[in-house]
Design a protein around this ligand. Structure first.
Ligand SMILES: Cc1cc2nc3c(=O)[nH]c(=O)nc-3n(C[C@H](O)[C@H](O)[C@H](O)COP(=O)(O)O)c2cc1C
Length: 194
């Protein structure tokens, strides 16, 4: 399903080269969410997009633990308080977990988190395609999540993701509302070297 996205955001801080795919430049991470319910079919589409990310030796080390209506509050409680304030209005919360070793030889997979990053970006772009937004969160209670999800030593929780429909910034506490806009980026010269 496609969700109607009628929030307006000020992209003036984003000075992308004219040739860059605008879908990349206009993806951003709002904190103001409007509670809508996502169907199982929406969720399948979102996470199927993540499935198509590339990974070292095609190991696909990413695992996504996704809240249901019943477990939403428990997932919310596993975020740091500063994230709970706004993430409570997301439709779905999810924890990204990686398998730390390769299945075929049991050796450490040093690229698991890199690959999970690619999968998260695919999910984020699919969400935008559907009129939805995502917001990744490093501010999570990792030890408590590990326990709640009964993760073994071969799995590591990396981050959380809030998924939902964006709302007007006025839905946020004033301090967060003031920060509710697409962020700039470092200059290309600071990150690319020839
Ligand atoms: C791994 C990761 C962890 C993040 N952790 C948090 C967080 O705990 N709380 C938060 O509000 N935003 C968090 N963010 C959002 C970033 O601040 C945001 O992506 C960054 O400022 C770039 O802005 P944009 O996503 O709007 O382009 C996180 C993003 C990533 C990728």
């Amino acid at each position: 399903m496609t969700f109607e996205d009628n929030i307006s955001a000020d992209f003036s801080a984003r000075d992308a080269d004219a040739g860059v795919d605008p879908r990349l430049v206009t993806r951003w991470s709002p904190r103001a969410f409007k509670k809508v319910s996502l169907s199982d079919s929406d969720l399948v589409t979102l996470f199927d997009a993540a499935r198509w990310a590339p990974s070292c030796q095609n190991a696909q080390p990413w695992r996504f633990y996704v809240s249901t209506e019943d477990s939403f509050d428990q997932y919310l409680s596993l975020l740091v308080e500063g994230n709970q304030v706004w993430a409570k209005n997301a439709s779905v919360l999810c924890f990204v977990v990686v398998k730390k070793t390769f299945e075929h030889n049991g050796k450490a997979n040093g690229f698991a988190e890199f690959d999970a990053g690619a999968a998260w970006m695919a999910l984020a772009m699919q969400a935008r395609h559907m009129g939805l937004y995502t917001h990744a969160m490093g501010g999570i209670k990792a030890a408590e999540i590990t326990q709640a999800l009964a993760l073994d030593d071969d799995h590591k929780v990396v981050c959380g993701i809030a998924i939902g429909m964006a709302a007007d910034a006025s839905a946020l506490p004033a301090e967060l509302a003031a920060r509710e806009k697409p962020t700039p980026r470092k200059a290309l010269a600071d990150i690319v070297f020839r």
